[in-house]
Design a protein around this ligand. Structure first.
Ligand code: FAD
Length: 260
């Protein structure tokens, strides 16, 4: 069983700050981590390979420093790591990003499953995984909370708003995972040191035969009109006291404002 896990390096912060001058995310002084959902994807891939045999390849598109995320994945137990990096990938929107990742996956060749996180903590669109599946022409199942392999099929338990759904598809397929699926392992110092010595394959656009017109700015139909940090300057009202004493007043206020 060959599993490819797409991982993204994201800023380690829940409070993304925007530079008011340039309207871009302030990354200075913010450490980078593997997107948390992608850690669940790595863990699930490792567990499946431990039980069924095969190998786990981690893949990221990013600048050279994204290598750090790949080394962490190797320390967790991934077998191989690939960084796709090229100046012509800069300014890629989600369509171009998914095209580049799909091209890299085609260059890897044989695979049974592709795992992604359900969404990235920074960009947050959840558009890349469906984009990859569409470029590759394979089935996709989102929000996996559990899965089992049945011959050439994968059966996935999906987390919906207030229920579960079981979906089964033929492999190869792409699956996105949610955090409830597992607890990612924390590699020890020995695994981290071993991961430092492992090779990270670096591919540019030529290696993955990516067409320049589909990458970066040229391949990105998205145009950002404005970026801004949301302000919280609307009036607020505070009800103080024990919940049982103030609950009635809160409900009255919501009814008066026609909110309930
Ligand atoms: C006009 C425009 C220009 C942009 N220019 C740049 C730029 O120059 N540099 C830049 O860094 N970003 C740029 N971005 C942001 C970039 O498009 C997104 O970061 C990227 O497409 C991922 O989208 P997302 O964060 O919403 O991921 P989501 O779709 O929410 O991610 C879901 C999952 O997809 C996988 N995934 C996502 N991204 C990657 C990746 N890079 N490698 C491997 N797996 C991945 C992961 O498994 C992740 O959990 C730009 C965006 C726009 C709209």
């Amino acid at each position: 069983m060959n599993i490819i896990v797409c991982i993204k390096q994201v800023p380690d912060t829940s409070e993304v700050r925007i530079d008011p001058e340039t309207n871009t995310i302030i990354r200075e002084g913010v450490p980078a981590i593997i997107n948390p959902f992608d850690e669940n994807a790595i863990e699930e891939a490792i567990q499946l390979v431990e039980n069924n045999g095969g190998k786990v390849t981690v893949l990221t598109m990013g600048p050279p420093q994204a290598e750090t995320a790949l080394r962490e994945a190797l320390a967790m137990g991934a077998d191989e790591a690939i960084l796709v990096s090229d100046r012509c990938f800069a300014a890629s929107d989600t369509l171009a990003t998914s095209y580049v990742l799909a091209s890299a996956i085609q260059s890897i060749g044989e695979y049974d499953l592709i795992f992604c996180g359900k969404q990235a903590f920074d960009g947050d669109t959840a558009q890349v995984p469906p984009g990859i599946a569409e470029h590759l022409g394979i089935a996709q199942i989102t929000f996996a909370i559990g899965m089992e392999i049945d011959g050439k099929k994968v059966r996935v338990r999906r987390l919906l708003e207030d229920e579960f759904e079981i979906t089964e598809v033929k492999m190869p397929a792409l699956v996105t995972v949610v955090k409830q699926i597992n607890d990612p392992r924390r590699p020890g110092i020995k695994s981290k040191l071993a991961a430092k010595k492992k090779e990270i394959v670096v591919w540019d656009s030529a290696c993955i035969e990516a067409e320049a017109c589909l990458c970066g700015f040229d391949g990105s139909p998205t145009r950002v009109m404005r970026t801004f940090a949301p302000t919280h300057d609307h009036p607020t009202e505070k009800f103080e006291g024990e919940p049982r004493d103030v609950a009635g007043a809160v409900v009255d206020r919501l009814i008066a404002a026609q909110l309930v």
